[in-house]
Design a protein. Structure first.
Length: 126
């Protein structure tokens, strides 16, 4: 339940932040949200990466269907990927979003671990 809530909240934050600010602001917001929400180590990394990838996929599909643009296919041809390579660029963009989101969440997890250390000798009374 905590992972699902973290994933949904991170996806919503990425969608709203990306509509106003550049991608690095979304990365900072993922790191801050991970530090505040306190998911597990791997849950935070997978949740942040998956959330940013899903958010970017949704934004790409929304913009693509609303504008009916052939720009991704043209950019793929310019890059030498061949005709009809808009889906390849779509996959590359989603993969980049997953990597950036996972790294941002990793920063949040590491920052939280740096600030909140667990006591190791709790039973010795020190």
């Amino acid at each position: 339940m905590k992972f699902t809530l973290y994933f949904l909240l991170t996806t919503l934050v990425v969608v709203f932040v990306n509509s106003v600010f550049p991608f690095w602001a979304a990365m900072i917001s993922i790191a801050l949200l991970t530090g505040v929400f306190r998911p597990s180590k791997w849950g935070g990394i997978f949740g942040g990466g998956l959330a940013m990838g899903v958010a970017w996929l949704g934004q790409l599909l929304f913009i693509g269907t609303m504008t009916s643009s052939t720009l991704p296919d043209k950019m793929g041809e310019v890059m030498g990927l061949g005709p009809g390579s808009g889906y390849i660029l779509l996959g590359i963009t989603i993969l980049l979003g997953v990597i950036l989101g996972a790294c941002s969440a990793w920063v949040g997890v590491a920052f939280r671990a740096m600030l909140y250390k667990k006591p190791t000798d709790i039973y010795l009374g020190r």
